[in-house]
Write a protein that binds this ligand. Structure first.
Ligand SMILES: [Zn+2]
Length: 167
């Protein structure tokens, strides 16, 4: 399975909204598999959204389970046409992004959300996400709406940090 190249800031596709997916045909499923392979290829990458690999389809993949902050998770999730609702609680956590490799930032996110989405075959499903996994889902759905974590930090001067390497 080929690994897709990552679009980085300031690539304009990262700021554009995505289109709902209506077909779950072989090319769509192949693309989802390539997204999963690309996420797995990058050490400690826990999520990837289609705009990050140059597509405007409303698709993200995530797997928070490998991350030390994760706690209990649902493992690999394929999010096609995802909708997040019922956000509860909130806390500030440090976030990074493959598309912004030089920085991390402190972002306020809900720690519980309800996810509705379709899977790789188009089957609708729902999950309740908590903690780190809930944060990853919000980060990825933001990508699908053309938003980056830098758009979410309260103060660019004090809440963004330079780093030498990704994670
Ligand atoms: Zn990201």
């Amino acid at each position: 399975m080929s690994v897709l190249s990552i679009r980085r800031l300031p690539d304009p596709i990262l700021n554009q909204p995505t289109h709902l997916v209506g077909r779950f045909d072989a090319p769509t499923q192949r693309f989802i598999d390539q997204m999963i392979a690309t996420m797995r290829h990058h050490p400690r990458c826990v999520g990837l959204a289609a705009p990050q690999v140059g597509s405007r389809l409303r698709i993200a993949v995530m797997d928070a389970s490998a991350h030390p902050k994760a706690g209990r998770t649902h493992g690999l999730l394929v999010l096609v046409n995802p909708v997040l609702g019922e956000p509860e609680a909130a806390e500030i956590r440090r976030e990074g992004c493959l598309s912004i490799p030089a920085f991390t930032g402190d972002v306020r996110r809900a720690t519980r959300v309800h996810l509705r989405a379709q899977d790789r075959e188009g089957q609708a499903y729902e999950r309740r996400l908590e903690g780190f996994e809930a944060v990853v889902a919000q980060h990825e759905v933001d990508h699908l709406n053309g938003k980056l974590f830098l758009d979410r930090v309260a103060n660019l001067a004090t809440d963004v940090f330079r780093r030498k390497t990704y994670l």
